[in-house]
Ligand binder design. Structure first.
Ligand code: OOB
Length: 562
């Protein structure tokens, strides 16, 4: 067993995480008011079952059926339950105690699932980071959560996570254990952490079960406490909306630590429905398509850039994708034209999902017509979801008018983890969460996401809505993807920069022609891009959304380099 001696943070590290003196900033968890909690329980949404208990219930129901497939490994429900028990016993013997936070950074694998339930059985709280996170995010999240352990793969996608773990351990004094899936190097092998199952601590179902990482595009990521009660409901209700049953096979193509493939309905949803989860090591079609054919995958979830790739690739792919019945797409705006191309290209239905790690989920439903599915992000998941669409002054806007979305409900957080300062502005006094998303609500209750409240370019005092310009750019036949970002400018403050990729087989778009096209569509001159940058691919976030932050950084670096 390798333990990390408590090391003070390196004094020379200029951008090290805040020291323990600045922690904690407010409560770790803001509970729902008792009255709301009682209502959610009375309605049967919150069932008082801890996450760690779920595999036991599932094993009793579906014992010999296959719960999980990863490469050549196939785990039955009984085996998943048993492995969670032996790992939990091993973790307890390492000293992992109830309430301890453990940073988990594992790619899609059986280890990920077993560890999630094992930690839950220790009443410990996994901090679910994504494999693509690097030192800046990991060190920040480890310090913020005062994590006692960090679980990594040896290498993943060409990156040595043990080296990252060594660096983080040096900076974050709370980290006592580094556990490695695979070759452990100087650390402890995750495989070696196992013991004869014994008595387990009890977890409070109304306390946080996991800490999710916020998908926010500005500033440092925040942590989102999701309780056993609320998260199980999130997954179960989502499984119901998607009509999941024991015959379904769910492909976890996106990184499993993200809320979408984990619980919307994702892994937790497919298991609560008694089906099978297949873990894909990557979401790309060359990896996913053979798995769909081999395992008879029926449902999966993607972000729009990957959905575009699948749609283009399907035409040429030799694999039989006919088992696929539902493709969920969410995480960022889906171009309606692409949405219309998905069902014929992949031979399945499309579902749009508008969601956030903070809670609120909105799904298109099977009864929605194809145009509603192509052009809206559906309706909120729960009858208990309360949504408000408000103008800048906090007054409700009429249906059909764009406003900012605020949400409250049985699976939407009431406060970020240790973020009192931020929470003060992110919640209304009556507990509504300010999503930062601009939406229109249609009279049918469907939501149409129009962009982020802060996603505007301020060119000399004129506000250019990035999403509005992106929509016009995407209508151009020569443009496949578009992201509008600000570029610093001495005279005007910011310039409008359109970064695009060319449509397959199309010529490089040129700014003069694009501006003429926009003028033809009746778009005001002030909305036109000042610069057009054509790239082969756009940078992506850890879950695969287009990353405007990385784009801005790259363009600024290039400008500075001359
Ligand atoms: C999902 O969660 P996060 O936390 O990574 O990102 C949330 C943000 C939302 O606030 C919104 O700005 C954007 O991502 N978003 C969408 C969208 N779905 C999410 N924007 C436009 N259209 C959509 N369909 O991304 C997430 C969590 C659970 C399920 C699905 C996605």
């Amino acid at each position: 067993m390798t333990s990390i001696p408590s090391a003070p943070s390196a004094p020379s590290a200029p951008e090290g995480p805040p020291g323990p003196a600045s922690l904690p900033d407010g409560p770790a968890f803001t509970p729902w008011p008792a009255e709301d909690a009682r209502r959610y329980r009375d309605l049967g949404h919150w069932r008082g079952t801890a996450l760690g208990e779920l595999p036991r219930t599932w094993a009793a129901r579906s014992g010999d059926r296959t719960a999980l497939v990863f490469g050549d490994l196939r785990l039955s429900y009984t085996e998943l339950d048993r492995r969670a028990d032996t790992l939990a016993a091993g973790l307890l013997s390492l000293g992992i105690a109830p309430g301890d936070r453990v940073l988990v950074q594992l790619p899609n694998s059986a280890d990920f699932a077993v560890l999630l339930f094992a930690l839950a059985r220790c009443a410990a709280v996994p901090v679910l980071t994504l494999p693509a996170h690097r030192r800046s995010e990991i060190a920040h999240l480890a310090a913020l959560s005062e994590a006692v352990a960090y679980v990594v793969p040896d290498r993943y996608a060409g990156f040595d996570h043990r080296a990252l773990a060594a660096e983080v351990a040096e900076r974050v004094p709370s980290l006592r254990h580094i556990l490695v899936a695979g070759d452990p190097g100087p650390f402890t092998a995750l495989d070696s952490v196992s013991a004869e199952p014994g008595p387990l601590p009890t977890a409070d179902p109304s306390a946080p079960a996991v800490l999710l990482v916020s998908g926010g595009t500005t500033g440092k990521p925040k942590l989102i406490p999701r309780t056993h009660d609320d998260y199980a409901y999130n997954a179960r209700a989502s499984a119901e909306v998607c009509g999941l049953g024991p015959a379904d096979v769910y492909l976890a193509a996106l990184p499993a630590a993200h809320n979408f493939p984990l619980a919307c309905p994702g892994l937790l949803g497919i298991w609560s429905a008694g089906g099978t989860a297949v873990m894909a090591p990557a979401p790309s079609p060359d990896v996913a398509f053979p798995l769909i054919e081999r395992e008879g995958v029926t449902v999966t979830a993607l972000v729009p850039p990957m959905a575009r790739l699948w749609t283009e690739y399907a035409e040429w792919a030799p694999e039989d994708l006919s088992s696929l019945r539902l493709l969920q797409v969410g995480g960022a705006r889906l171009d309606p034209d692409l949405a219309r191309r998905i069902p014929p290209a992949l031979g399945c239905s499309l579902q749009q999902v508008f969601g956030m790690a903070e809670g609120l989920l909105s799904y298109t439903r099977p009864e929605d017509g194809p145009e509603t599915v192509a052009t809206t992000q559906g309706r909120p998941l729960s009858p208990q979801d309360e949504v408000r669409v408000l103008d800048r002054d906090g007054a409700p806007v009429a249906d059909g008018t764009v406003g900012e979305l605020w949400a409250r409900g049985p699976y939407t957080l009431r406060g970020y983890y240790r973020a009192a300062g931020h929470n003060a502005g992110a919640f209304s006094p009556d507990g509504f969460f300010r999503t930062g998303d601009l939406v229109r609500r249609l009279p049918t209750g469907h939501l149409v996401v129009e962009g982020r409240a802060k996603d505007v370019v301020n060119r000399g005092g004129e506000n250019v809505s990035a999403s509005e310009l992106e929509e016009h750019l995407l209508a151009h036949p020569g443009i496949a993807q578009a992201a509008v970002v600000p570029l610093p400018d001495e005279t005007l403050g910011e310039l409008v920069c359109a970064v695009v990729t060319a449509a397959p087989g199309a010529e490089q778009p040129r700014i003069k022609e694009v501006k003429a096209y926009l003028a033809d569509r009746g778009l005001a001159d002030f909305m036109h891009p000042d610069r057009l940058v054509v790239l082969d691919t756009l940078p992506l976030t850890a879950v695969g959304k287009i990353s405007k932050r990385d784009l801005v950084a790259r363009l600024t670096d290039e400008a500075e380099a001359g």
